[in-house]
Design a protein around this ligand. Structure first.
Ligand code: SAH
Ligand code: SF4
Ligand code: F3S
Length: 467
């Protein structure tokens, strides 16, 4: 998953299209962490809209401030507390003007720390974990009555079933690409990772629910759907034919929905790439040739200590197999440097794996010990300066590969999904099959069109002309 510490401020426009009375309560949503949090923030915004809230991108106007948080590394979690400090001051300032402000913390920090958040920052009124978002309106009405609310139990009811489905107006405002969570949680327990503790065990959404949501997205003009899951390729469910389906089958079914032209999925675990999914990459034109397949490290010793349960060579073989059925497949990955016990030689193995695989895109991180994970309790933690040095070297290599990948696009003809207006007047930005933004003239097509273009420029951005 992309967890580049992205902060996505949810803009007011995201909730508009719904007529709201002038006195409607306003909510400001700020999202940290991965794509699943982005998706969750949208679903929470939908639930809040049904509860009478309109979105605002001005935090000082907000009657409700909702932070959707990430716990993956220490920095991500600490960011939330500094933000909460600023929000406390804002809340006091608004109170001075006779206005009430509710402060809610959702997401993985909420799940991991629960009531501790309110102890550390008393301005927080509500803490709500990812498994209880459907109870948000009810929890808020308790908070409005002055109660400090902590909702972090794993609910037995199906949250997706109970959340209001995405509204057409909201989907339209969000553009022609969309996320759709099909799987949540993780049973893999990599020794560095908090996700199994913050998102719970693996749950797959039922086939019909997913198809229904994808159809709604398509009807609202979405052309490209990215299926989300912490282990999205572990998704499974009973198909309408009564047979057990894996992600490959599901992708074939979703591709039949009128309007859906492109499919992607993220994030995958190498151990769950089954034959059916690889065949989908061979046979399904709608499935884009881009795969985010994190490996974390290239040393077998470190992979074992991380509990990844495969060897470096298994991963390289898997990539070769995928490329043998889909030669233009672009690979993306996640890496951790400085896991406890990682020697120079182990790190060189990671560099070697990167040189072998050649990535089009990658995220790399310094290992961050997380409370409660086995990694944090291991011996031989790597010195910060060593981690810095390794990260710098790895990122330089990955950066070279990324630039080489983009430069290799020169002169290529490809389909472009026109996505949004460009930064300059007269321009539009499209997305290549390999997830690259490509700038074109606005006369090339309308937003939502898929047009054939040829790449004419590959500097800092890619440029293209119609063919
Ligand atoms: N489910 C995905 C990863 C989700 S977390 C998978 O299995 O690949 C996203 C990325 O954050 C991970 O791939 C890993 O590279 C990084 N990450 C997770 N825990 C971390 C930690 N404690 N320190 C540094 N990076 C971490
Ligand atoms: Fe974390 Fe590993 Fe699960 Fe990915 S597979 S979410 S890295 S425990
Ligand atoms: Fe962060 Fe939770 Fe996603 S810890 S990466 S927001 S699953």
């Amino acid at each position: 998953m992309n967890v580049e510490g992205i902060e996505v401020a949810q803009h007011g426009g995201k909730l508009d299209g719904e007529p709201a009375p002038p006195a409607a309560r306003k909510v400001f949503v700020k999202t940290y962490g991965c794509q699943m949090n982005v998706y969750d923030s949208q679903r929470m915004s939908d639930a809040l809209a049904a509860d009478g809230y309109t979105g605002t991108d001005r935090i000082e106007d907000a009657d409700l401030v909702l932070l959707n948080t990430c716990h993956i590394r220490e920095k991500a979690a600490e960011k939330v507390y500094s933000e909460l400090g600023r929000i406390r001051d804002l809340k006091a300032e608004r109170a001075g003007r006779g206005m009430e402000t509710l402060v809610a913390v959702a997401g993985c920090v909420a799940q991991a720390e629960g009531a501790e958040i309110i102890r550390r920052q008393s301005a927080v009124d509500l803490v709500i974990g990812p498994q209880t978002y459907h109870r948000l309106p009810q929890a808020l009405s308790r908070a409005r009555r002055g109660e400090k609310v902590v909702e972090t139990e794993y609910a037995i009811e199906d949250k997706f079933e109970q959340l209001p489905s995405p509204r057409r107006a909201a989907i339209v405002g969000r553009g022609v690409t969309a996320f759709l969570t099909v799987q949540e949680g993780c049973d893999k327990f990599c020794t560095f990772c908090v996700v199994p503790y913050t998102r719970g065990s693996e749950v797959s959404r039922p086939v019909q629910q997913i198809i229904g949501e994808a159809e709604k997205l398509a009807e609202a003009g979405v052309r490209e759907v990215t299926l989300l899951g912490q282990n999205v390729n572990a998704w499974h469910g009973e198909g309408p034919d009564g047979k057990e389906w894996g992600l490959g089958r599901l992708l074939f079914r979703l591709a039949r929905i009128p309007g859906i032209a492109r499919l992607r999925y993220t994030t995958s675990h190498p151990r769950d790439m089954d034959d059916e999914l690889i065949e989908a990459h061979r046979d399904l034109a709608e499935l884009m040739p881009y795969l985010h397949l994190p490996v974390q490290a290239g040393s077998d010793r470190i992979l074992k200590a991380m509990n990844r349960r495969h060897k470096a060579a298994d991963y390289v073989r898997l990539v070769e197999r995928i490329r043998s059925v889909r030669p233009d497949m672009a690979m993306s990955g996640d890496f951790i440097v400085g896991f406890p016990g990682e020697t120079d030689a182990d790190f060189e193995d990671t560099m070697e794996l990167v040189r072998t695989v050649r990535y089009a895109q990658a995220y790399s991180f310094k290992y961050s010990p997380r409370p409660g994970t086995p990694g944090a309790a291991m011996n031989d933690h790597v010195a910060e300066a060593v981690k810095d040095d390794r990260l710098q070297r790895l990122q330089a290599l990955l950066g070279d590969q990324l630039r080489a990948f983009n430069a290799g696009m020169a002169g290529k003809t490809m389909d472009l999904l026109i996505e949004k207006p460009g930064r300059r007047p007269g321009q539009r930005v499209g997305r290549s099959p390999w997830l690259q933004p490509v700038i074109v003239d606005e006369t090339v097509g309308e937003i939502g069109d898929i047009v054939s273009v040829r790449i004419t420029g590959t500097g800092n951005s890619l440029f293209a002309e119609p063919v």
